[in-house]
Design a protein around this ligand. Structure first.
Ligand SMILES: [Zn+2]
Length: 235
């Protein structure tokens, strides 16, 4: 189970690696795991995602399916804004008048889910993403979803990555996008523009939906957003 540690004043990635992973030489690996530029790219209050312990992951895999669901290390998908706030944080407290986010929002709540395969970036397919920046509480869920994408042979249906956490309003509206909470992922944006039917693989849609995600391709009219998957409903 992936865990997070909130960096206290005076702590460094080396001290966290020593305390929690048992070896301060793992600091650079920890920086990489969190998508940071380097071991010094941290501030007090920042949430540092810790890699899962292999033994715990193995124990979980041997549980029957029902028991596994009961101990899922992520919250159930909330429905409606009040529930999203209660589950993933009160975004309104971090919204600045100029439209930007208080950096504490990202430091406290965002972390990196590692991907089992690199996905070319929508905006520059010569580069690719090896992780997804998202809410720290759904890091193990996002990792489970992509592991299942590989197991199900659906890797080829994931063509490009369009973004996870981004601080922004819903398109054309004054309320925050679910991307602002780090609970939305855009895939294959080049052929799945907003308002279009798109060409998302139904098997990929079904896989996300089985894990509690809502697919934007089910919305109607101009709101239809086939590139978009979000871990909540009623919003
Ligand atoms: Zn989206």
């Amino acid at each position: 189970m992936a865990k997070a540690h909130i960096l206290r004043k005076g702590e460094t990635l080396a001290s966290v690696a020593e305390q929690l992973l048992g070896d301060r030489r793992l600091a650079a690996a920890l920086a990489d795991y969190n998508g940071l530029a380097g071991v010094k790219d941290v501030v007090p209050g920042q949430s540092i995602a810790l890699p899962p312990r292999p033994r715990a992951a193995k124990a979980r895999a041997t549980l029957p399916a029902g028991a596994r669901a009961a101990v899922a290390p992520w919250p159930p998908a909330p429905s409606g804004m009040a529930a999203i706030i209660a589950t993933f944080g009160d975004i309104r407290a971090y919204a600045r008048d100029d439209g930007t986010a208080d950096p504490k929002w990202e430091q406290r709540f965002m972390a990196r889910a590692a991907l089992p395969f690199a996905i070319p970036l929508d905006w520059d397919t010569s580069k690719s993403a090896s992780g997804i920046r998202c809410h720290r509480l759904i890091v193990p869920l996002v990792e489970a979803v992509f592991a299942e994408i590989v197991r199900s042979g659906l890797q080829k249906s994931v063509k490009t990555y369009g973004g996870g956490y981004t601080w922004r309003m819903k398109r054309g509206q004054a309320k925050p996008s679910t991307h602002s909470w780090g609970i939305a992922i855009d895939l294959n944006a080049r052929t799945n523009a907003m308002g279009s039917a798109g060409d998302m693989d139904p098997a990929l849609v079904a896989l996300f939906e089985r894990h509690g995600f809502t697919w934007g391709g089910r919305w109607s009219g101009a709101n239809k957003d086939p590139m978009h998957f979000q871990y909540c409903s009623g919003y």
